[in-house]
Design a protein around this ligand. Structure first.
Ligand code: PNS
Length: 189
């Protein structure tokens, strides 16, 4: 019997409960699901290193027998072919996601007609959740409880504590705290 393998590509910076929800749903309908982290996203400065994101996703998915985590470079469809996947899973939270996702899915189909894109809907409570908002809320001191798994929350807190300490120690005389932070943010922590 044919086994259906899918990849779930993304930046996962950081992985959220919305990603986890989709992984769980995907693991139920595909025989095999590979969570594939893009190595060099256009986004120049990810908050978490690739190794950190991989570790977090591996811990989050440890309970699923048919889910694995990998990283990839280049075109998603080329990666899908390399690992012999039949489908690309993407989550659609709201209609606003649809335009971008549709464009990407159609372009991927043009590049590689044999790989299908499957859109999946996360649970309603995650329909407004995004990695970008999680990063922003955490960096500005808001609560991200319930938005990300506990281990991600812990990692975010550690990262932001280090960034704040670094910013405070680097703050040049006569600069406002925000100016000091802006300057140090360029350096990776
Ligand atoms: O989590 P994201 O940032 O929304 O994921 C976007 C991702 C990684 C799926 C997309 O940027 C991608 O597929 N990048 C790989 C390069 C590629 O295949 N580009 C052509 C897309 S049509």
């Amino acid at each position: 019997m044919k086994r259906i393998k899918a990849i779930y590509p993304g930046s996962f910076d950081p992985p959220t409960n919305g990603h986890l929800d989709l992984i769980e749903r995907g693991s139920k309908i595909f025989d095999e699901l590979v969570v594939a982290i893009l190595r060099n996203p256009e986004k120049e400065d990810p908050l978490f290193s690739l190794a950190d994101r991989r570790k977090m996703l591996e811990a989050m998915t440890a309970g699923f027998d048919n889910v694995s985590v990998d990283t990839f470079d280049g075109l998603t469809v080329d990666y899908a072919l390399r690992v012999e996947a039949h489908a690309i899973v993407r989550g659609i939270r709201a209609i606003s996601d649809y335009e971008y996702e549709l464009q990407m899915a159609l372009m991927n189909r043009k590049l590689q007609p044999d790989v299908e894109t499957v859109f999946m809907l996360p649970a309603e409570q995650y329909s407004y959740l995004s990695s970008r908002l999680v990063r922003e809320i955490a960096q500005l001191g808001g609560s991200i409880n319930g938005l990300v798994p506990e281990l991600v929350e812990q990692k975010l807190r550690e990262k932001i504590d280090v960034a704040h300490k670094f910013a405070n120690s680097e703050q040049p005389e006569g600069k406002t705290p925000s100016e000091g932070k802006k300057k140090s943010r360029k350096k990776k922590v």
